[in-house]
Design a protein around this ligand. Structure first.
Ligand code: NAD
Length: 435
């Protein structure tokens, strides 16, 4: 049975804490696509299709024709940053997109300037910014964010909003007592508890207002019981953490293949050079630790060494990120994978990925914004596991292991859409074709 899902009518506000390389590449891309000067390559919501029914039915509509998603023309962008530059200036500085392309969307991008941020250098050691809010405690700062959001909604006549964290990676933190319940968290906010980081304050502000929230960075942000509780209370969908791009994307494409063919893996060494501001932030050991945990978690849950000890229990997995300014946003990564096959004979695979970080991340921001808005209209709330497809460290229920296999994630995503629209789920059994 298809459930009634409110149509995507009216404007959708996309709130972006952190207007750096990823966010400005996303905004510029959306504006360029609106003008018809670029194609939405890499975006499932814009170019993906979904098979419905039997293979013989030949029904494969585009996803955005199958479910009601906001149109690019209906999207309005806003955000916060600790630097006051407008998004055109920030995009020029990030150096991801060619000046000739940016020139064509310059007027619209110049009109988007960041609101002052909630920021504290204790949580991102390598950045110093002056464009920040002042408040007596975290709760007051959250209230100021909520005011920004309400003004944005009013000024642009927005029907709905979503928030996607595109800010820097904060230092490594684990959930503590302040994160275990909403009342403890709100008390800690009023007491300016140091176990609360700025990204949590943005997440709180969004979820409190019932605005879907996704975290594109690996820091905790909304991944703890207090904010999941708030999301349930305010009927708000949640997603995170850490956009799955570059090296980790390759890992979650390859590792399921090795496991499918029961090839053993004894070592996987990954190193990167990266020269953008993200690389500079990650040069700080505490921010790197947050990223490292996120990148390391992937292989264990794909390989399931407890089920295949002879193949994966001895795996040595190492991840390095090296800040190297000359490369800017054009990251280069090298992977050396030591595998073994029949009779234990060793082989090795080398990957050299010359990637563009923000080019891979921007379509993820777009898809997340549109799917989170869809989830809200479909009355889904709390953790949206079906959006794991987009994340390196998918948020999941406490008693579950996360699903990292990209192909299972895609199946889960599409089956969720089929389920919501009352279509038959696709199991790939296919026996009926041979009756
Ligand atoms: N492929 C990718 O690019 C990719 C993949 C996964 C995750 N990420 C994560 O996405 C985030 C953005 O990446 P980026 O390349 O755009 O980095 P960036 O450094 O270019 O942009 C981040 C921006 O956030 C701002 N910022 C930091 N703290 C803030 C705060 N409290 N409030 C508001 N603004 C704040 C910074 O000033 C900066 O402009 C990073 O955390 C990165 O680790 C990126």
């Amino acid at each position: 049975m298809s459930q009634k899902i409110q149509e995507a009518q009216g404007k959708l506000g996309v709130l972006l804490p952190g207007l750096g390389a990823v966010a400005t590449t996303f905004i510029a891309g959306c504006l360029a696509m609106r003008k018809g000067i670029a194609e939405p390559i890499g975006s499932l919501t814009q170019t993906g299709t979904i098979r419905l029914g039997k293979r013989t039915d030949k029904r494969s509509p585009k996803i955005n024709e199958f479910v009601s998603l906001a149109k690019l023309d209906d999207m309005v962008f806003g955000g916060w940053d600790i630097f006051p530059e407008n998004t055109y200036e920030a995009a020029m500085k990030a150096g991801v997109l060619a000046p000739e392309l940016l020139a064509q969307v310059k007027d619209e991008m110049e009109a988007i300037s960041p609101w002052p941020a909630v920021f504290d250098q204790r949580y991102v050691k390598r950045l110093h910014g002056e464009h920040v809010k002042k408040g007596a405690n975290w709760m007051e700062l959250a209230e100021q964010l909520m005011e920004d959001i309400k003004t944005f909604q009013k000024d642009h006549g927005l029907a709905r909003m979503v928030m996607v964290w595109c800010g820097s990676t904060e230092v490594f933190m684990k959930p503590g007592p302040a994160h275990q319940s909403l009342s403890a968290f709100e008390k800690a906010m009023r007491e300016n508890d140091p176990s609360i980081a700025p990204s949590m304050v943005y997440a709180y502000a969004a979820i409190k207002l019932g605005i879907p929230y996704a975290n594109g960075a690996p820091n905790l942000s909304a991944d703890f019981p207090a904010l999941v509780e708030l999301a349930k209370e305010t009927r708000t969908p949640l997603g995170g953490k850490d956009f799955k791009t570059g090296q980790t994307l390759m890992k979650t494409i390859l590792a399921p293949g090795f496991k499918a063919r029961l090839l053993g893996v004894s070592g996987w060494f990954s190193t990167n050079i990266l020269g953008n501001r993200d690389g500079e932030v990650l040069d700080d050991p505490e921010s790197f630790k947050t990223k490292e945990e996120s990148k390391l978690s992937v292989l264990d849950s794909v390989f399931q060494p407890h089920l295949y000890p002879e193949l994966y229990s001895g795996l040595y997995h190492k991840v390095r990120i090296n800040y190297y300014p000359p490369r800017g946003d054009n990251k280069e990564s090298w992977d050396n994978i030591d595998i073994f096959g029949w009779l234990g004979y060793p082989m090795s695979i080398k990957i050299n990925f010359l990637c563009r970080d923000s080019i891979l991340a921007a379509p993820i921001v777009l898809d997340l914004a549109l799917f989170l808005d869809f989830a809200k209209r479909a009355e889904m709330r709390g953790v949206q596991e079906w959006l794991s497809f987009y994340f390196k460290s998918p948020i999941h229920a406490p008693d579950l292991y996360p699903e990292h296999d990209l192909f299972i994630q895609l199946m889960k995503l599409k089956n969720t859409l089929r389920h919501l629209k009352g279509e038959e789920l696709i199991t790939h059994l296919g026996l009926e074709y041979y009756d």
